[in-house]
Design a protein around this ligand. Sequence first.
Ligand SMILES: NC(=O)c1ccc[n+]([C@@H]2O[C@H](COP(=O)([O-])OP(=O)(O)OC[C@H]3O[C@@H](n4cnc5c(N)ncnc54)[C@H](OP(=O)(O)O)[C@@H]3O)[C@@H](O)[C@H]2O)c1
Length: 234
Amino acid sequence: MERILVIGGARALGAAIARRAVKDGFEVVVGARDLTAAEGAAREIGATAVRCDLQDESTLAAAAELLKDGVDHIVTTGSAPHDVRARELDHDKLLAAFTAKVIGPMLVAKHFAPVLRPTGSMVLFSGVVGWRPGPGSLVKGTTNGAVEYAARHLAADLAPVRVNAVSPGVVDSGAWDRLGEGKAALLSRSAATTLTGRHGTSDDVVDAVMWLLRAGFVSGETIHVEGGGRHKLA
Ligand SMILES: NC(=O)c1ccc[n+]([C@@H]2O[C@H](COP(=O)([O-])OP(=O)(O)OC[C@H]3O[C@@H](n4cnc5c(N)ncnc54)[C@H](OP(=O)(O)O)[C@@H]3O)[C@@H](O)[C@H]2O)c1
């Protein structure tokens, strides 16, 4: 049975990926910065849990040691948004944003390189904002762009282990529930920016991730799951 570690797997898209992976016959390890949350999510789907905090390298080293008998795939969904204009930037939040999306996954690669099986893969998470600059998108857009390059360079570094990224558009993953009544407006605004005329679902993204795990001749790529939004004329 192939083993997959889903970092960010206790919530939203990460939890949906973990759930589908169990259904598809993987041995799933849910990684999250809060071990209790990881254990709770893991219990619900028949998985195990490990503490993985992308902002704390020691937890990544410890997780790799715990799973040293081998891991086939690692998915990292972590993000730490800092959605402000340039004049409002906070150095620590800026660093945290880059760590969640770029530096953290690189350190995951560092510690799991000896553990990842050669037929396996990593999947990183980017996002459409990387290709759609706008007010307040400076940090998220730049980190998302950097994820595309991290996937390419990690793919060359870790080969033959494959490394790819998924770049979602706006997806009703649960993450937007915090907007309350504002969520419906956001989803409908985002639908209007796509070619497909709808917002994304968790299944849209999970389908792409599961395909990448199996796509043995695909490495260093970013798969855009955003309804063709980058191609829509204004
Ligand atoms: N949903 C969308 O519309 C959308 C659009 C474009 C891109 N994306 C990208 O897709 C990915 C997943 O998004 P989402 O919709 O599932 O919602 P999200 O709220 O962005 O999810 C972030 C995930 O990262 C985890 N995380 C944050 N900091 C972490 C850390 N230091 N260590 C380990 N895990 C950490 C969170 O876990 P905790 O439970 O610990 O907070 C959560 O599981 C993100 O990278 C996001 O930028 C999403």
